[in-house]
Design a binder for this molecule. Structure first.
Ligand SMILES: [Ca+2]
Ligand SMILES: [Ca+2]
Ligand SMILES: [Ca+2]
Ligand SMILES: [Ca+2]
Length: 183
């Protein structure tokens, strides 16, 4: 509608001819208009790339989770062992809830192993598994998973998958949780 008004104004004025100052104002308005469009496109591109990163990360998280859930309950990849065969750093997701209320006793002021929330949020120290991935966007994804044994109930494992990546100068996360029962 604005363009219409602008055009009809030009048509009207055209009958009497433009002054130089009018032409310059028109060019400036046009330039500002183009600048605005360019800015909008830039933010749209940024938005799109975040959305595509999110979509890709979610796909990685879902694939990893499907893979883990499909394993046998006692599969070595579902041990709370920080992903290796040594006995170091094992068990931050096991026997962390003596009072049996579903909350890691470390989070309730008792010192068990000093690691909160059954180690489920561990993406830096000793996650129970990790790998990397990248897809069409060439973004590098770090994939982590942790296992809490007998949580939230006996004969169940709480599996949490994190996918982390860097985008527009920030660390992004996708988190997926599944409770796998021993059936
Ligand atoms: Ca663990
Ligand atoms: Ca270990
Ligand atoms: Ca507790
Ligand atoms: Ca703990």
């Amino acid at each position: 509608m604005q363009e219409h008004g602008f055009m009809s104004k030009i048509t009207q004025k055209n009958q009497n001819g433009f002054t130089l100052i009018e032409v310059m104002i028109a060019i400036t308005v046009l330039a500002i208009g183009i600048l605005g469009v360019a800015k909008m496109q830039l933010s749209a591109v940024k938005g799109n790339s975040y959305a595509s990163g999110l979509t890709e990360a979610t796909a990685f998280a879902q694939n990893k989770m499907e893979e883990l859930v499909a394993l046998a309950y006692d599969d070595a990849d579902l041990y709370d062992d920080d992903g290796d065969d040594d006995d170091l750093n094992d068990g931050d997701g096991t026997n962390q809830d003596d009072n049996d209320n579903g909350i890691d006793d470390d989070d309730e002021g008792t010192s068990v192993d000093g690691i909160s929330n059954f180690g489920l949020d561990d993406t830096t120290l000793h996650p129970d598994g990790s790998q990397q991935g990248s897809g069409a966007t060439n973004i590098q994804y770090n994939i982590f998973w942790n296992i809490a044994v007998d949580e939230p109930a006996v004969n169940a494992k709480h599996i949490r998958v994190y996918v982390q990546w860097q985008q527009n100068g920030a660390t992004r996360n996708v988190v997926l949780d599944v409770i796998k029962a021993d059936i």
